[in-house]
Design a protein around this ligand. Structure first.
Ligand code: G3H
Ligand code: 13P
Ligand code: ZN
Length: 337
């Protein structure tokens, strides 16, 4: 496959957007996508809300979409953005990269940012691997996200049975020795729709399960040690009850699905957290609408009739999150105009 720089595709790395997010008390949304409808929803939702954003691709998503097609999808999205919101730019980011070779391959095929997730290795091995990725990436003006601490749940092929919070005393050495541009930390979030066991949660007055709060004390200590350094939160879907209910009402079976409350994410976004990862909420939004369409019209078989409404719902969710959770709505002009 021929190599291409993200700059030729009209993309940007994350440097300017993270600086702006840190200085202005919001977080840039990183929305995962695998297919055209998700891509349309992200591009249209962020263009409409004038939000800087990160198109996030896992290695599984890259295989699913096909890496050649993905490159043209990203280029197409960049051209679409110019039609809808001429000053807005976005980054194409590898989510949970696990090897140097994968990161290099993404950099060579148009990614502007990569994550090297060495969190499951020893501290020393994590530093060594992350440093190698940074050397290659920076030579191509690509930004790198590293990770310290392990989230509970599934990190692509890496399964972490329980959460290991980031040790604040590790962060200075990690950041200095590797040269990373941002750092993902573990303060109580986790991947997927089942972030907490019911016994970890309290039932509030409205009968809704309330999870334990995020460890803001750890976040504050990390900020004290590396002031102004861009921090990333993975596993930050709220697992919106309206979508879970709609899925269950229409034949689905999601029991005891619990996410991170929006207020906690908003609080994090006002701090040094300048990138918030959201995948599961988008999956739930689309699934809820697809189930509803099929329940109401079992004879439907035109994909546009169920994927179209699902895409529109995802776009609506993105606009709402950018405005009320990330605080990124309206910030695009401050960075790129
Ligand atoms: O953190 C993982 C993301 O949600 C991507 O998930 O590997 O199923 O694409 P995936
Ligand atoms: P959620 O599963 O909470 O959406 O997290 C997504 C994520 O962290 C992708 O890296
Ligand atoms: Zn993640």
């Amino acid at each position: 496959m021929t190599t291409v720089s993200y700059k030729d595709l009209g993309l940007v790395n994350t440097r300017a957007m993270f600086k702006h997010a840190n200085e202005n008390g919001y977080a840039v949304p990183a929305y995962n996508f695998n297919n055209m409808e998700q891509l349309q929803a992200i591009v249209m939702g962020c263009a409409e809300s004038d939000s800087p954003f990160i198109l996030q691709v896992s290695s599984g998503a890259r295989k699913y979409a096909n890496q050649t097609l993905l490159r043209y999808m990203a280029q197409g999205a960049a051209e679409m953005i110019r039609e809808k919101n001429p000053h807005l730019r976005f980054a194409l980011h590898l989510d949970h990269g696990d090897t140097l070779d994968l990161c290099k391959s993404c950099i060579d095929t148009g990614f502007s940012s990569v994550m090297i997730d060495g969190s499951h290795h020893s501290f020393e091995k994590n530093i060594e691997l992350t440093k190698q990725v940074v050397e290659y990436a920076h030579a191509h003006d690509v930004t790198v996200e590293g990770e310290l601490g392990v989230l509970a749940g599934i990190e692509d092929d890496v399964v972490a049975a329980k959460s290991v919070y980031t040790q604040p005393e590790d962060v200075e050495k990690f950041v200095q020795s590797t040269g990373v541009d941002s750092l993902a930390i573990s303060i109580g979030t986790s991947h997927g729709a089942y972030k907490f066991k019911p016994e970890q949660c309290k039932l509030n007055a409205q009968g809704v399960l309330e999870p334990p709060p995020l460890r803001f004390d750890i976040l504050e200590e990390i900020e004290r040690r590396i002031p102004g350094f861009p921090i990333v939160l993975h596993g930050s879907s709220s697992v919106l009850p309206a979508y879970v209910d709609l899925i269950n009402k229409n034949g689905g079976k999601l029991t005891a699905a619990v996410g991170i409350p929006a207020e906690q994410l908003r609080r994090a976004a006002k701090s040094a957290v300048c990138k918030i990862n959201i995948d599961s909420d988008g999956r739930l939004a689309m699934t809820a609408i697809i189930r509803k369409v099929f329940a109401e019209n079992p004879g439907e078989f035109d994909p546009r009739k169920y994927l179209g409404p699902a895409r529109d719902e995802l776009k609506k969710m993105i606009v709402e999150k950018n405005k009320t959770v990330l605080g990124s709505a309206g910030q695009g002009k401050g960075i790129f105009a």
